[in-house]
Unconditional design. Structure first.
Lengths: 508, 100
């Protein structure tokens, strides 16, 4: 079995790295704080085992050539390489499992070209979408990749994760919005990956379409060093409407009506369940003084030209009320929609069983599920979390939501989250193990109902990773062959997604 | 402008439900009795107002960042047609200093 090991780093390796970076010591970081701060992401983390997940050092490249030299060095020496962008992921893609060299892409944050004729923007992976859109605004164009982490995540991380966008039903998700990429492969070669032909072509049928292979691999197949992205016309107007319901099933049916409406400006529809409403009711940051009769909420958002959105908004109001939904009013609708990135800006707290508020981190299960199975999955997920909360008073059920997930096709696929608070300060080996078991049980329900473990965050978390072979099924041997062919020494983010299995067999 | 320390003490908390209190309109807090594990800091009135104002600025900014204009249905809430009647002062809990 060929697995890169952290102990391969020594003074000679550090000196080689310093030479690659022109002896710019500010870009080869071996000090403790630089390593500690590049260890975890916002997903629940075994804080009692922090040191087990630290990189041995971090580097800050500015060019693809520097990334390439680092990766070639890692191959020669058998050292793990872990790419990291904003470190805002809700899975563990950027968390080193075996130490090694962490490649932090934040300095690769240039806008290389804005092409207003062919409607593309070419950027480095270290640029943030909010900052990018501030630069694009004078041109009347927009890059519409809008995750909850919009103010702080980076383009490179979005590509590595295969991210999902809150506006995806209207504009598509990350993989739909990336036209082509420059990628440093696990062996160090620099290649152009796209549909085929030039880097600004949206569709080609010449050969294999490699672009999707390099989107969402969680840093296991290479490092994106440049990306050419889609530009859309900046929306003239946004419209949001929130509707309250007295039961989940009526809300679910109404969501089905809205998503099948055929309204092209529909950017997203989301259904919050009773547990989520209760969580918001008790929270001091977002307390919703709604009557107890409100047991579920459906929210709709639209973007586009005024001449499209204005008539469509009237249809949304009609459909939202078609089964008894009650409008929550302009202030909540507009204000809560504008609050959609809050989870990255506020401290989170949950409750012990005695009601005491404690600081918690937030696990977001993010299964991909079809519309038809949402009610049953919801019941089974809450039952699992309730069982673990009863036994371990460090977990809290923060409710569920289901959000349209099909790019340009909002009617059938949903990103479905159950949000679980975890009191990390009280984690130890027993409770962390319990959490991983809980996580695995939740994921197994998704698979049982024909879903996927993850629509957005990636399957690199403990409790997910071991189920990747099950979900991939008959395609798993193909996945392993691809991994081994591209990364013969298993240096690229090793230990993730059960891909070590690719190296356990002499002949595939 | 004259800064009067006495003006900056938050008003007494008004109970909203079993777990939430309110000192300023629409600014909700976890009942301090439930903050025994996680200590709270004392916050003067001006700081609370600053945070609330910043919040509105943030929401306005976010709207404008994504589109030129916000289209509204132009309708009030259908779930809360009437505001709750004010709670008689004799039924309010005794004022508690912040941070107790």
């Amino acid at each position: 079995m060929s697995v890169a090991i952290k102990s391969a780093i020594d003074d000679a390796v550090i000196e080689e790295l310093r030479a690659i970076f022109g002896h710019d010591d500010g870009r080869v970081l071996t000090n403790l704080s630089s390593r500690v701060n590049r260890t975890r992401v916002p997903a629940p983390f075994p804080v009692h085992r922090w040191a087990d997940h630290m990189p041995d050092l971090a580097v800050l490249p500015r060019t693809a050539q520097e990334v390439s030299e680092v990766v070639k060095l890692a191959n020669r020496r058998g050292i793990p390489v872990v790419p990291r962008a904003g470190g805002t992921g809700l899975s563990d893609g950027a968390v080193p499992l075996r130490g090694g060299i962490l490649v932090d892409c934040k300095l690769m944050n240039e806008i290389h070209e804005v092409d207003l004729v062919d409607r593309t923007v070419t950027v480095g992976p270290g640029i943030n979408m909010l900052k990018l859109n501030e630069e694009l605004r004078p041109h009347g164009v927009f890059y519409p990749d809008d995750p909850a982490s919009y103010p702080c995540s980076l383009v490179g991380g979005r590509i590595g994760t295969g991210g999902w966008s809150l506006l995806g039903a209207r504009f598509g998700h990350t993989r739909d919005l990336v036209i082509s990429m420059e990628v440093v492969l696990p062996t160090g070669e620099i290649v152009e990956i796209g549909e085929g032909g030039g880097r600004k072509l949206r569709k080609s049928s010449t050969g294999l379409t490699l672009k999707q292979l390099f989107t969402g691999h969680q840093g296991t197949l290479g490092i994106t060093t440049q990306a050419t992205l889609e530009l859309v016309p900046r929306p003239e107007v946004e419209f949001a409407a929130f509707f309250a319901f007295e039961d989940y099933i009526t809300a679910w049916e109404t969501m089905g009506v809205l998503t099948k409406s055929g309204l092209a400006t529909l950017a997203g529809v989301v259904l919050f369940d009773e547990w989520k409403i209760d969580y918001l009711r008790r929270d001091d940051e977002a307390y919703i003084p709604q009557p107890e009769s409100v047991k579920a909420v459906v929210a709709v958002a639209m973007y586009g030209r005024r001449c499209e959105v204005e008539p469509a908004s009237k249809e949304v109001m009609r459909l939202g009320r078609s089964r008894g939904g009650r409008y929550l009013g302009d202030e909540i609708s507009a204000g809560d929609w504008a609050s959609r990135h809050d989870r990255y800006a506020i401290p989170l707290h949950g409750r012990r069983k005695d009601g005491q508020a404690v600081l918690m981190s937030w696990h977001c299960e993010d299964a991909a599920l079809n519309y038809s199975v949402l009610p049953q999955v919801r019941e089974e997920w809450h039952a699992i979390v309730s069982r673990y909360r009863e036994r371990y008073d460090i977990f809290d059920d923060w409710g569920m939501f289901a959000y349209t997930s099909g790019a340009h096709k909002p009617w059938a696929d949903y990103l479905v989250e159950i949000d679980v608070g975890i009191w990390e300060q009280r984690l130890d080996d027993e409770t962390w193990s319990a959490w991983v078991d809980c996580k695995r049980e939740i994921a197994e329900v998704s698979l049982k109902y024909g879903g996927s473990i993850t629509a957005c965050h990636g399957a690199t978390r403990a409790g997910d990773a071991e189920l990747v072979p099950t979900e991939m099924g008959s395609a798993w041997p193909v996945v392993k062959r691809i991994k081994r062919a591209l990364d013969p020494n298993n240096v690229m983010n090793p230990g993730k997604q059960s891909l070590d299995e690719a190296y356990e067999e002499e002949r595939l | 402008m004259i800064f009067r320390l006495g003006d900056q003490a938050p008003p007494p908390a008004q109970r909203i439900n079993d777990t939430v209190v309110m000192r300023f309109e629409h600014v909700y807090e976890v009942d301090p009795d439930l903050m025994g594990v996680t200590p709270q800091q004392s916050m003067p009135a001006w700081d609370t107002k600053r945070i609330v104002d910043s919040r509105w600025d943030h929401l306005d900014w976010m709207h404008l960042h994504f589109a030129d204009d916000v289209l509204l249905a132009g309708e009030e809430s259908e779930t809360m047609p009437e505001p709750d009647p004010p709670i008689p002062s004799e039924q309010l809990p005794q004022p508690r200093p912040v941070g107790d």
